[in-house]
Design a binder for this molecule. Structure first.
Ligand code: ADP
Ligand code: MG
Length: 629
């Protein structure tokens, strides 16, 4: 047999696990048991759906179980399962390389700070390799279902691994995998039957398969008046499909433990929603909201977090069809009584049963969240801190639930610290107010100091601060909250609420100046208008009602968007501003030329749009400064 090297990423990960992430070495057991459970799920599914595997049941495939065999004296533990097993190629690709995108993410997100990183590990599980926290050597003996050969993979977790075919007593007579751990000094504490039982109870109680522990039990022998050791095998987990048990029987701890077992997360979930539906369709759902958003939340190749079961048989996980994309952070289980066992991913999309379950599940999750938002606002805020943005995506994609989503999303605002709901903002407005206002297009601090807000401040009208990058796109399509209009303050149409009695007269006076400014700027602007939305600034950029803002356009161009229609901004001028009044009084041609561009460029800068010609800007600025000195 020849030695093979780990893929570099594996090396990196192993080093990290062994040298810096010692906080919870006991999770090695949870990881190995969860691998066994996955392997049993896969095989059970095949034996239910494929003739070839059905025929092997009883000869080559044994009934599903997980066995822990402890040798206290030699400090070894074997974790065996009767699952799908692995052949030689599987061993190389699954245990010698990092195939999982979750693990790659993990590596990409490492901070170098051991404490933070071990939290990350907790959140995502590092899987099989965690065994090297406690092992000096690991031997994996395995036979793939439907195949004859048994292979043994051996590694010390440092110098690569070896694979050999084994025969005779070492060969397996049926499909499955045994992982033999030789504990190192750190791991020796786990060569203890009490400890093992405690860990299994804690992390793996609700694994759907029975877990047995074989160990030397000390018993008092009354006749001989001494304690003797007997080798016994006992089942040590509940082995029930936890979500099928009635709510009344389940304790908070059961829910938390099950969550941790299926996600590998350390932290307790924020909330969970457990529902049994009876009627035309029968199904059970158990949904969890993780305390921290999954690392891949904003990645195109994110994994779905819902496991699909049919009559308690595991069918698939990480399918993206089970919930809409914007709820991709939800974890949990859907178990249907009505789906056929052999549903494929392709069928899932058009399956009527699943579509109904999905629709009902979304409603359920959203309405439960709404209930939490009023019953436990503090906890709900934690939810918002992690998931406000995906909910906004829902506004865009889930039209049917728009009302509910608008109630769930939270907003920053000029009138409150932290977050507010639309309902609260609505409750605060003046009776005569016609619309709810919001501003988009920049960071929190840029937005709060925008000249566009001046008039609202002056008139004491609240404006919602929408500083997420998707806000402009999402909210421009919303239009209304109940009977109230939702209006962007940077759109050109002036609102009823801002009406200025003197506006027509001021506009008339300003007209000749505006014509000159317009001539000076030429093609750069669509129009120059008098403004009634400014207090302290002389000018501001606005967009036409149905057009993306100047900043939005700049962002889209920066992201490589080609062929954007050349949309020109509208420049608004504040008739009440000192500068404008002076210009009106003395509109010399050179002066207006410089002033027009300075008014335009400063408005662009405040919108967060870089200037096309900064050199001319500086030259003008210096000319004007020079005259002022
Ligand atoms: P994950 O379980 O998230 O895929 P792991 O590092 O825990 O990652 O395991 C890597 C892979 O090794 C698994 O996906 C599986 O293909 C294989 N594997 C691990 N343990 C077993 C087992 N007991 N039986 C069959 N395959 C296994
Ligand atoms: Mg695993």
């Amino acid at each position: 047999m020849s030695k093979q090297q780990f893929q570099t990423e594996v090396d990196q990960l192993l080093h990290l696990i062994v040298h810096s992430l010692y906080s919870h070495p006991e999770i090695f057991l949870r990881e190995l048991i969860s691998n066994s459970s996955d392997a049993l799920d896969k095989l059970r599914y095949l034996t239910l759906t494929e003739e070839k595997y059905k025929a092997l049941v009883g000869s080559g495939i044994e009934s599903p179980r997980i066995d822990l065999a402890l040798d206290e004296e030699h400090k070894t533990l074997t974790i065996s399962d009767t699952g799908i097993g692995m052949n030689e190629e599987d061993l190389i690709s699954h245990l010698g390389t990092i195939a999982r995108s979750g693990t790659k993410n993990f590596l990409a997100n490492l901070s170098g700070d051991a404490r933070k990183d071990s939290n990350l590990i907790g959140q995502f599980g590092v899987g099989f390799y965690s065994v090297f926290m406690v092992a000096s050597k690991v031997e994996v003996t395995t036979r793939k279902a439907g195949e004859e050969k048994t292979f043994k993979w051996t590694s010390d977790g440092k110098t690569g691994f070896e694979i050999e075919e084994v025969s005779g007593a070492e060969a397996r007579t049926s499909a499955g995998t045994s992982v033999l751990i030789h504990f190192n000094d750190e791991g020796a504490q786990y060569a203890n039957s009490w400890r093992l039982q405690e860990i299994v109870k804690k992390y793996s109680n609700h694994i759907a398969f029975p877990i047995f522990l074989t160990y030397d039990k000390s018993e008092w022998n009354a006749e001989k008046k001494e304690s003797t050791k007997t080798r016994v095998t006992e089942q040590i987990n509940a082995a029930s499909a936890m979500w099928q048990r009635p709510k009344s029987e389940l304790k908070e701890e059961d829910y938390k433990e099950f969550y941790k077992a299926i996600t590998g997360d350390w932290e307790d979930p924020l909330f969970w929603f457990h529902t049994r539906a009876e009627g035309t369709l029968e199904y059970t759902t158990l949904f969890y909201i993780p305390a921290k958003a999954p690392l891949d939340l904003y990645q195109a190749d994110y994994k779905g977090g819902i496991k699909l079961y049919v009559k308690r048989v595991f069918i698939m996980d990480d399918s993206r069809e089970l919930l809409p994309q914007y709820l991709r952070f939800v974890r949990g289980v859907i178990d249907s009584e009505d789906l056929p066992l052999n549903v494929s991913r392709e069928i899932l999309q058009q399956n009527k049963v699943l579509t109904s379950i999905r629709t009902a599940s979304v409603k359920k999750i959203l309405s439960e969240l709404k209930a939490v938002s009023s019953s436990d606002p503090e906890k709900y805020l934690k939810f918002i801190e992690e998931y406000n943005r995906p909910l906004k995506e829902g506004l865009y994609s889930d039209y049917a639930n728009r009302e509910l989503l608008l109630d769930l999303i939270r907003f920053k605002s000029t009138k409150v610290d932290g977050f507010t709901s639309l309902a609260d903002a609505k409750a605060r407005i003046k009776p005569e107010q016609k619309a709810l206002y919001y501003i988009t297009g920049g960071s929190d601090s840029v937005l709060r100091s925008s000249p566009l807000l001046e008039i609202y401040k002056k008139k004491d009208i609240e404006v919602l601060i929408l500083d997420d990058d998707i806000d402009e796109v999402v909210f421009s399509s919303v239009g209304k909250y109940g009977d109230l209009e939702l209006k962007a303050v940077n759109k050109s149409s002036t609102s009823e609420d801002l009406k200025d009695e003197d506006a027509p007269q001021k506009a008339e006076e300003l007209k000749p100046l505006l014509e000159k400014i317009s001539a000076a700027l030429g093609d750069a602007v669509k129009e120059v208008r008098p403004s009634s939305r400014l207090a302290d600034s002389p000018s501001v950029i606005v967009s036409d009602e149905d057009e993306p803002s100047a900043r939005m356009r700049h962002m889209m161009e920066a992201m490589g968007q080609k062929g954007m229609p050349e949309l020109k901004p509208v420049l608004e001028i504040n008739p009440d501003h000192e500068i404008i009044k002076k210009l009106l009084a003395d509109p010399g041609a050179d002066k207006v030329q410089d002033a027009a561009w300075l008014l335009f460029d400063q408005a662009l800068l405040l919108e967060g749009v870089p200037l096309k010609d900064p050199v001319s800007f500086v030259q003008r600025l210096n000319r004007v400064l020079n005259q002022a000195m």
